[in-house]
Ligand binder design. Structure first.
Ligand code: FEO
Ligand code: CA
Ligand code: CA
Ligand code: CA
Length: 595
């Protein structure tokens, strides 16, 4: 326990005051510089961003919308030159397009989409790979970077692994069941030990509309995943998003996608071995025997925590030898027992209830209906599993459980009914082996305002009135083994503060102490975070600034209304709010949050 003595001193910075206003705020002595905004050019030929003249073609050459996961892949081991990889999770039409929203009473009414708007939305989804470099202490985008790339909802991808080619993945335009276009709703993600970019398809159900043909075999499958939800109007213009026309298309989403960033023409692979659900993230670590372990959350109320263990071993000396590790391995789902044991149960065809009697004819069926397979195994229903991060320096794993206001029945790992503020579970795998099939778990912290007794929050008493938070979502472990948490859902109404980035002590006497390092503008959600290996930079992603949600009145008026709550980050009358990646550095240089 190397850190036991140092306790809370591991985070050395002056805390930001929690609150709500139009701007972002970082701890004193730090700079928070906007690096990439929605619409910024990524290539030498990228057109300038013009919110009044958006086109699918220009969006395809520009940074996409709603940056979520941020990864940094060093070039030649540098912490000052690398590839930034960023997920573009989804689009907020009311914030993107001028003139399409009317306020009717309490309601925002968004005008129906036309094809051009839909095609812009599709180009704004996906991901960005872009070379960046630190020059004189400040980060710059390298617009002529040879590996720069936009991945979109139209990018050709390959289905690989056990479910690839299965009849249930075939469509009228793809008789092979292996060729799919695009990736949707990529939330958190990961970078593998071999330097590929992993995107996690989360809420894919929102993109589908229409009705399955009567008696279709996928009816129960889709019901378990909430397909179709119909948030988007893409199916009006693209048949594949209409279930009545292309009933198998939803089976081609909800996967983990791996992208080889070294080749900008590589075909991204949907790795079916990692299961199909509302994948939140896919952070990984190498186990002692060389197998690679991926921790996977399924973000829905009462859904599960998973991990995938590769069959093969990581080869640190041969990148090419690792490129298909994700096609072969064992997916497990977690059962959190009352006695503090966690058991990782394999989702393997033919074992236990995963047989023909229950409608599984092959491993492909188990993977396509991962949730139903996990239901049958008796996995523990959780309070919305979001990002999950292994920490190689203390052998633990941190599970963000964002909230679950529908919980009426508690279990030990999800002890609060009507859990409005979420909690964090810490797992210690048996023998410190991340590939182990069992371990111990405990709750690191129950979130929310500790000064309100009914909330039942359990931050340490050293946590200040600024230091507590609700709704943990993304997280990162830095190269000193310190845990950082970003939140989704703090607001004037919910917690009297915006979302932000909090430092969370996990060791020693200070365990459970949280401190606010950075906070976002009104209406935004905090994503990322991504520290560089030298800890001199934290990249954070400010998602949907100015989006009011339930609190929009008086606080979240977006920039296309009169008297907007914010025009972050440009603060110009002719510019909308723009989701952006921010680079945080210490004034004068040096390691963040260290003296
Ligand atoms: Fe996209 Fe679960 O947050
Ligand atoms: Ca998330
Ligand atoms: Ca993470
Ligand atoms: Ca989120």
């Amino acid at each position: 326990e190397a850190h036991a003595e140092t306790g809370a001193k591991r985070f050395d910075f002056k805390e930001v005051t929690a609150g709500v206003d139009a701007d972002h705020h970082v701890a004193e002595g730090y700079d928070a510089d906007v690096l990439l905004r929605w619409g910024d050019g990524l290539f030498p030929d990228s057109p300038d961003f013009d919110p009044t003249n958006q086109t699918p073609e220009s969006q395809a050459r520009q940074f996409g919308y709603n940056n979520d996961f941020v990864g940094f892949i060093p070039i030649d081991g540098s912490s000052e030159h690398g590839l930034l990889v960023v997920n573009h999770e989804y689009t907020n039409e009311h914030l993107m397009f001028p003139g399409i929203v009317k306020v009717e009473g309490e309601e925002l009414v968004v005008a129906p989409a036309d094809q051009k708007r839909v095609d812009i939305e599709m180009a704004a989804h996906g991901g960005t790979i872009v070379e960046i470099r630190k020059v004189d202490g400040k980060w710059q985008v390298v617009r002529d970077g040879a590996k720069n790339r936009r991945i979109m909802s139209t990018t050709e991808m390959q289905l690989s692994g056990p479910a690839a080619g299965h009849d249930r993945l075939k469509t009228s335009t793809d008789a092979t069941g292996t060729k799919v276009f695009g990736t949707l709703n990529n939330c958190a993600g990961g970078v593998t030990p071999w330097g590929t970019y992993v995107m996690a398809e989360e809420n894919f159900h929102g993109y589908f509309m229409g009705e399955l043909p009567g008696g279709h075999r996928e009816a129960a499958n889709y019901e378990r995943y909430g397909v179709p939800e119909g948030s988007y109007e893409w199916g009006k213009f693209h048949d594949r998003f209409d279930l009545s026309k292309e009933p198998n298309e939803p089976n081609r989403f909800g996967w983990v996608v791996e992208v080889d960033v070294e080749d900008p023409n590589s075909v991204p692979k949907k790795r079916t071995a990692l299961g199909r659900f509302k994948h939140e993230g896919a952070e990984s670590i190498v186990a002692p025997d060389g197998r690679v372990v991926f921790y996977l959350g399924d973000d829905e109320r009462f859904d599960y925590v998973y991990k995938f263990v590769t069959a093969g071993k990581y080869n640190p000396d041969d990148r090419a030898a690792n490129m298909d590790l994700l096609d072969d391995g064992t997916l497990h789902v977690a059962k959190f027992d009352e006695d503090g044991t966690v058991t990782w149960m394999p989702l393997t065809f033919g074992e236990g209830p995963l047989t023909a009697e229950n409608g599984f004819e092959s491993q492909a069926d188990v993977l396509i209906e991962t949730r139903r397979a996990a239901d049958l195994l008796g996995a523990t229903p959780m309070d919305r599993p979001e990002d999950i991060e292994p920490n190689g320096s203390n052998g633990r794993v941190y599970v963000m459980l964002t909230n679950n206001t529908k919980r009426k029945e508690a279990n030990a790992a999800n002890p609060r009914l009507d859990n409005a503020f979420g909690h964090i579970v810490e797992i210690a795998e048996d023998g410190g082996d991340f590939a182990a099939t069992s371990g111990r778990w405990e709750i690191l912290v129950k979130c929310g305002d500790p000064s309100v007794a009914d909330v039942g929050a359990t931050f340490s008493t050293a946590t200040t009135e600024n230091g507590w938070f609700g709704m943990p979502d993304n997280c990162a472990v830095d190269s000193d083994g310190r845990l950082w948490i970003s939140t989704d859902g703090n607001s004037p109404k919910a917690t009297g503060r915006t979302d932000g980035l909090w430092a969370m002590e996990t060791e020693g006497e200070g365990r459970g102490t949280s401190k606010l390092f950075y906070r976002v503008p009104v209406g935004a959600e905090m994503c990322g975070p991504r520290p560089t290996p030298d800890l001199a930079t934290f990249f954070v992603a400010v998602q949907h600034p100015g989006d009011g949600g339930e609190d929009w009145e008086g606080f979240g008026r977006p920039s296309y209304y009169e008297d907007p709550s914010t025009r972050w980050p440009d603060f110009k009358d002719d510019m909308p709010v723009r989701p952006s990646v921010v680079a945080i550095t210490k004034q004068g240089g040096g390691k963040i949050a260290s003296s």
